[in-house]
Design a protein around this ligand. Structure first.
Ligand SMILES: Cc1ncc(COP(=O)(O)O)c(C=O)c1O
Length: 401
C-alpha cells in the first residue's frame, strides 16, 4: 500500500525547482511506486459502458487512448506546468509537433502572425511556407528591435511567435515589451523557450501565453528521446489539444518515461551547464583565432543587460566565428575530439556544428544572411564534461585553423 494513502496531497507551494522535478508528479499517479511506472498501452479499459461514455466525453482524459493522453504524459505535464508556472501543459512527439500543433490550433485563414527573422529552421519554414499556404499572412521582424514588433501589428494580428535566445544566433527578444504590445490588443504570444529551459527563463511570468519546448534538448538532456511540451492556460490547452488529437504528434510512453527521468536532474544539469558555457565563452573570447563570440552571458553581447533582466542563467548554447572563413572553420570543427559533430543540443555530451556547412543546400546564401549566419559561424552546445577538458580540446583544435 502507498504509505501516502493517509496523507494530504503534497502541497507544492514554495517548493524549489530541484524539489518540484522530483516530487511534483508524486500525486499524479499515486500508484505506490517510487520510480514511475511505464504504461505501455495504446488503449485503456473502462469498468462498464457508463464509465466508457464518461471517458470518451472527457477531453484530455489521462487513460482513454494514448493519442489523447497517457498516465506517463500526466506526470511530465504536471512537472512542466510547475516549472513554467502555467495552469497546465500538453506533451507532443517532438518540439516541431508542439510548435506546428500550437500554430495550427490558434490561427485561421485571414489571420496575421508576427514572427522573427531568426527562428529554428523548421519554425522559419512554417512561417515562410506553411502558414501562407493556409491563407495566414506572416510578417517577419528583427527580434532585437521592439519597435519592429510594434510597427508590424495589424488589426487582424492574432499571434506573435518569439524564440529567445534564438537558434543559432543567440539574439534575445524582450519578452515583457512584446507582451506589453500584445496584451491590450488580445494578441496571443507564443515563446519557444528551448534554448533557455525553464530553469533559466520563465516567459509566462512575463505574461507570455504559450511556452513551448523541444524537450528533445535540455528537458530530456541525454540525446536519447524526441519530445515536445506546450505550457499554457487550461483554456488554450483545451483548444490546442483538440487539434493535437487530429494532427497526432503523439509522445510515446517510453519517450515520456525517459523525459521524466531526464527532468529529475534538469536543475542541477542546467546549473553546471550554465557555468561551463560561461567559462568556455570567456575562454573563446580570449583566443586570437576567434573573431567573435555570441553568448548572452558575456558583457560583449549587445543585449547582455536585457538577458540579465529576463533570464536567471544564460544557458549552454554558445556561438562563435572562427577567423579564416569557411575552410578554417571546417578544420577547427573536424579537429575537436570531445565535442562531436552532430545536430541537436542540450544533452550531457557537448555537440558542435559548423552552421553554414549544415545549412548548405537547405538554405540559400541570402536566407543565411537574413538569419545572421556568416560562413565561419559555429554553434556549440556545451555539455557536462569537465570545463578544463573542454577548454583543452578547443585549444588543440584552434591550432589546426
Ligand atoms: C529552438 C528549437 N525549437 C524547436 C526545435 C524542434 O525540436 P524537435 O527536433 O524536438 O522537433 C529545435 C530543434 O533543434 C530547436 O532548436
Amino acid at each position: 500500500m502507498n504509505k501516502r494513502d493517509h496523507q494530504e496531497e503534497l502541497n507544492l507551494d514554495g517548493l524549489r525547482d530541484e524539489t518540484l522535478v522530483i516530487h511534483a508528479d508524486d500525486w499524479v499517479a499515486n500508484d505506490g511506486t517510487v520510480a514511475p511506472a511505464i504504461y505501455y498501452s495504446a488503449t485503456f479499459t473502462a469498468r462498464n459502458a457508463t464509465e466508457f461514455a464518461e471517458m470518451a466525453g472527457t477531453p484530455r482524459h489521462p487513460r482513454y487512448y494514448t493519442r489523447y493522453g497517457n498516465p506517463v504524459h500526466e506526470r511530465v505535464k504536471k512537472i512542466m506546468a510547475e516549472l513554467e508556472g502555467t495552469e497546465t501543459a500538453l506533451v507532443t512527439g517532438s518540439g516541431m509537433g508542439a510548435i506546428a500543433t500550437t500554430l495550427l490550433s490558434l490561427v485561421s485563414a485571414g489571420d496575421h502572425v508576427i514572427a522573427q527573422t531568426r527562428h529554428y529552421m523548421s519554425t522559419a519554414k512554417i512561417m515562410d511556407e506553411m502558414l501562407p499556404r493556409f491563407g495566414v499572412e506572416v510578417t517577419l521582424v528583427e527580434q532585437a528591435d521592439v519597435t519592429a514588433f510594434a510597427k508590424a501589428i495589424r488589426p487582424h494580428t492574432k499571434l506573435i511567435m518569439v524564440e529567445t535566445p534564438a537558434n543559432p544566433t543567440l539574439v534575445v527578444t524582450d519578452l515583457a515589451a512584446v507582451v506589453e504590445l500584445a496584451r491590450p490588443r488580445g494578441i496571443i504570444v507564443v515563446c519557444d523557450n528551448t534554448f533557455a529551459s525553464p530553469i533559466n527563463q520563465r516567459p509566462h511570468d512575463l505574461g507570455v501565453d504559450v511556452v513551448i519546448h523541444s524537450a528533445t534538448k535540455y528537458l530530456g538532456g541525454h540525446h536519447d528521446l524526441t519530445a515536445g511540451v506546450i505550457c499554457t492556460s487550461e483554456e488554450l490547452a483545451e483548444r490546442i489539444w483538440h487539434t493535437h488529437i487530429s494532427i497526432g504528434s503523439v509522445l510515446s510512453p517510453m519517450d515520456a518515461w525517459l523525459l521524466l527521468r531526464g527532468l529529475r536532474t534538469l536543475p542541477i544539469r542546467i546549473e553546471r551547464i550554465n557555468a561551463n558555457a560561461l567559462a568556455l565563452a570567456e575562454f573563446l573570447e580570449a583566443q586570437p583565432q576567434i573573431e567573435r563570440v555570441y553568448y548572452p552571458g558575456l558583457a560583449s553581447h549587445p543585449q547582455h543587460e536585457l538577458a540579465k533582466r529576463q533570464m536567471r542563467g544564460f544557458g549552454g548554447m554558445i556561438a562563435f566565428a572562427v577567423k579564416g572563413g569557411y575552410d578554417a572553420t571546417q578544420r577547427f570543427v573536424s579537429a575537436l575530439n570531445l565535442s562531436q559533430n552532430a545536430v541537436s543540443l542540450g544533452g550531457v555530451d557537448s555537440l558542435v556544428v559548423h552552421t553554414a556547412a549544415m545549412w548548405e543546400g537547405v538554405m540559400t546564401e541570402e536566407q543565411m544572411r537574413t538569419a545572421g549566419i556568416p560562413s565561419n559561424f559555429v554553434r556549440f552546445s556545451v555539455g557536462l564534461e569537465h570545463i578544463d577538458d573542454l577548454k583543452a580540446d578547443v585549444l588543440q583544435a584552434l591550432r589546426e585553423v
